[in-house]
Design a protein around this ligand. Structure first.
Ligand SMILES: [Cu+2]
Length: 295
């Protein structure tokens, strides 16, 4: 009778441990599986990974993204495994029935690291990791935004000495407002707020292979200009002018959107982004932007 009780108690403990192990392992294992499928573009997750990057200077952003994902993913997996290890490495407390009736297996005495060794070791690893990550992301930040396009126009050259910090003329000014993007192109003369400016709404046309500067403003609340194919996301604060610069290397139709919840119609703040050849872009601007789609 006593043996049966002990056996049942052992079975119950085993079941409890198995259920908790499953609980702690399901999400990490499923997560890793989905990540693998999406990363390789296998069904049913085709196209679920990052959209194609057509801004060569932003390739490092993808590296950083994947690196951070690997690091956090590893910690996530490790924590799950640690839970399972903890479950199986310690005996469960005896239930009231089996208490004092079953023969207890003596606990093994394991050699332990001296006090503080694990903590200091972990602290050291985390510190080095954090420091490395900070240095890496700083270098990426300077690589993607540090190449400021300097104005090369005549007025700048005539100044003595030429103003080396003056930014290249903006290709267009994008004004965000609830809930659309108003875009003013500098036009053929390359200057904003002149007669030949071209105006569009939710339609951005950019020349391929040219470093363009865009001016971002907001008329009301905080918005965020997000162009996934360029890996660019810039918050736009009311009362400030932000500048972004990048280069498109592939023609095609893309999208840009607002990445800051700016009100009830936030979902409507999406626009078409067309990349065309420099000649097509010039021609389109000469025509005054009529016929939205030169592709
Ligand atoms: Cu918005």
């Amino acid at each position: 009778m006593g043996d049966d009780l002990c056996h049942a108690a052992e079975q119950e403990k085993l079941m409890t441990k198995s259920i908790w192990s499953l609980f702690f392992l399901t999400i990490p294992v499923l997560g890793t599986l989905i990540f693998g499928l999406a990363y390789c573009g296998w069904p049913p997750f085709e196209g679920a990974w990052l959209p194609k990057n057509i801004n060569p200077r932003a390739a490092t952003i993808d590296h950083l993204f994947v690196l951070v994902l690997y690091l956090t993913g590893s910690v996530f997996l490790l924590v799950g495994l640690l839970f399972v290890w903890a479950i199986w490495s310690r005996p469960l407390p005896d239930s009231a029935i089996s208490n004092n009736q079953c023969a207890k297996s003596p606990l093994e005495k394991k050699p332990r690291l001296s006090e503080g060794q694990i903590e200091w070791g972990l602290f050291g690893i985390l510190f080095c990791l954090l420091l490395g990550l900070i240095l890496y992301q700083t270098s990426i930040w300077s690589a993607t935004t540090g190449y400021k396009p300097i104005a090369n126009d005549e007025t700048n050259q005539k100044q003595s000495p030429p103003n080396k910090t003056r930014l290249q003329q903006s290709f267009a000014r994008i004004t965000a407002r609830q809930f659309e993007w108003d875009i003013r192109y500098a036009g053929v003369d390359g200057l904003l707020d002149t007669e030949d400016d071209v105006l569009t709404t939710n339609f951005l046309l950019l020349p391929k292979g040219e470093l363009v500067v865009l001016e971002l403003r907001s008329q009301d609340v905080i918005h965020s200009f997000f162009a996934p194919n360029f890996r660019i996301k810039q918050d736009i604060l009311p009362g400030r002018t932000h500048y972004i610069w990048f280069e498109a290397t592939e023609e095609g139709k893309y999208e840009f959107l607002c990445a800051e919840l700016c009100g009830w119609g936030h979902f409507k703040m999406a626009g078409e982004l067309h990349v065309v050849t420099a000649e097509e872009s010039k021609e389109w601007l000469t025509r005054g932007g009529i016929n939205k789609d030169p592709l």
